[in-house]
Design a protein around this ligand. Structure first.
Ligand code: CMC
Length: 428
């Protein structure tokens, strides 16, 4: 294959280099385009064809349904690794040795206390506040309590900011939920594993010893791993572009949390459960909702279906569907909406509209059913997604900073008014 692409504009040819990735993906490098052509740019709303960076973290092939973190398949990681190992792998590039993992965990634990004054900020939110808004605000507010985590340039400063946020974020997650449910805001337990500690902080009742449940620990561990990174999605791109102005890690993450909140992105897990509930309340008539999803005059979409990149199947959805059966079985939970979800999936997979558009269940379709069986309230589902995505956002932010990427600043094609003289108020 040639290593150049040729572009012709008004009879003049321009040669643009081709860049090939380690999985033989090909990109046209347009860095010189504007300068060489005297101002021509490319336009691609939604970035459907535009690579924003080179990255060595996550590979996904949407046609084949492949997802790998640093070369390791998601299937193997979900089965054999734990969340903290995966976090280390994503951020630093290699699976940790036992010694590296112990140090990483101990550094995280060392920073897992949140300034008590943060509780005052939480107190100021109304009980009706959505946990994602609270979490984004608190993550941003942490900057004020940890000013040394803002201006980080060296690898060592970055490491310190990273272990800090990995330690404090689960506390914020737990407090966000506990405040909504009127429970006291407590700290974690250093003797526990990362995921066990998250569960205890979320669910410990003030008047009882907390007993760990292996089924819950394993289920959450797996869900967090499956959500840990997904290359340049909406929230990750937000983190990278925010961080590209050299804003600190915590505020870059806060921006990512806000992006994740939307129902077309991470907010879909809450929307799926609400949709399945509505179908149940409506007598379980899945056909009616299929028809709504296909009706172009109806804004309704089948939540948990479709993906910008996966056009065959979402490998995470496959793993989660099996896990949903296992976890509900192990916990002895019978949830009629699991049957509605399976029925809906079957119908959609056989429906020409969905087949033609290559719409398959995505990661959010079954995850909410597991969260609900675990006792996690529906408005916390996207927060759990954020907890899982945290190492991915961190890894992408760190890569962007270490590669000294320039500030993210897209161009635009202006389509507004050309010059016109100012009109005084009486002339308008
Ligand atoms: N239900 C009904 N029709 C759909 C759906 C759906 N869920 N998703 C896409 N379509 C249709 C869409 O109307 C369009 O049809 P047409 O070609 O006739 O105009 C076609 O399929 C292509 O859709 P698109 O919106 O151009 O595709 P996109 O790549 O811009 O959007 C998506 C991807 C995930 C935003 C979209 O599929 C969607 O809104 N899905 C529902 C929300 C959801 O589950 N989001 C979670 C995504 S995975 C986890 C994550 O990223 O956080």
């Amino acid at each position: 294959m040639s290593d150049k692409a040729t572009l012709e504009i008004n009879g003049t040819s321009y040669e643009l280099p081709l860049v090939v990735g380690s999985e033989n993906e090909v990109a046209i490098d347009i860095k010189t385009l504007r300068g060489a052509t005297g101002g021509v740019i490319t336009i691609d709303p939604g970035y459907k064809n535009t690579g924003s960076c080179e990255s060595a973290i996550t590979f996904l092939d949407g046609e084949k349904g492949i997802l790998r973190y640093r070369g390791y398949s998601i299937e193997e990681l979900a089965e054999k690794a734990d969340f903290l190992e995966v976090a280390y792998l994503l951020i630093f590039g290699e699976l940790p040795t036992q010694e590296q993992l112990d140090k990483f965990h101990s550094d995280i634990k060392h920073h897992s206390v949140v300034d008590d004054d943060v509780k005052k900020i939480i107190e100021a939110f109304p009980k009706s506040a959505h946990p994602m808004g609270v979490l984004s605000s608190l993550t941003s507010a942490l900057t004020a309590f940890n000013p040394s985590s803002v201006d980080v340039d060296s690898e060592e400063e970055m490491y310190n900011a990273i272990v800090r946020i990995l330690g404090k974020f689960p506390v914020l997650v737990a407090w966000t939920m506990r405040k909504k449910h009127g429970l006291p805001l407590e700290y974690g337990d250093d003797s526990l594993g990362y995921v066990e500690n998250v569960l205890k902080m979320m669910f410990k009742s003030p008047n009882k010893e907390y007993e760990q449940n292996e089924i819950l620990v394993n289920a959450l561990d797996k869900l967090l791993i499956l959500h840990a990174d997904h290359e340049q999605n909406c929230s990750t791109s937000t983190v990278r572009i925010t961080g590209s102005s050299h804003a600190g890690l915590f505020v870059s993450l806060a921006a990512g949390i806000s992006a994740l909140w939307g129902p077309l992105h991470g907010g879909a897990n809450q929307a799926v459960l609400e949709m399945l509930e509505a179908i149940k309340e409506d007598g379980g008539d899945t056909k009616k909702y299929m028809a709504k999803a296909k009706d172009k005059s109806d804004p309704f979409r089948l939540m948990g279906f479709g993906h910008r990149v996966y056009k065959n199947f979402d490998p995470r959805a496959k793993i989660i569907k099996v896990a949903a059966d296992e976890v509900l079985g192990d916990l002895g939970v019978e949830d009629p909406i699991l049957d509605i979800a399976k029925g809906l999936e079957k119908e959609a997979l056989e429906d020409q509209y969905f087949v033609d558009r290559k719409l398959y269940p995505n990661v959010d379709f079954y995850s909410g059913i597991i969260y609900r069986a675990m006792g996690i309230p529906v408005e916390m589902f996207t927060v759990m997604f954020a907890l899982g995505r945290l190492p991915g956002w961190i890894a992408q932010w760190r890569e962007m900073r270490l590669r000294k990427e320039p500030i993210g600043r897209p161009r635009q094609l202006y389509t507004g008014e050309t010059y016109r003289p100012f009109k005084t108020i009486n002339e308008r």
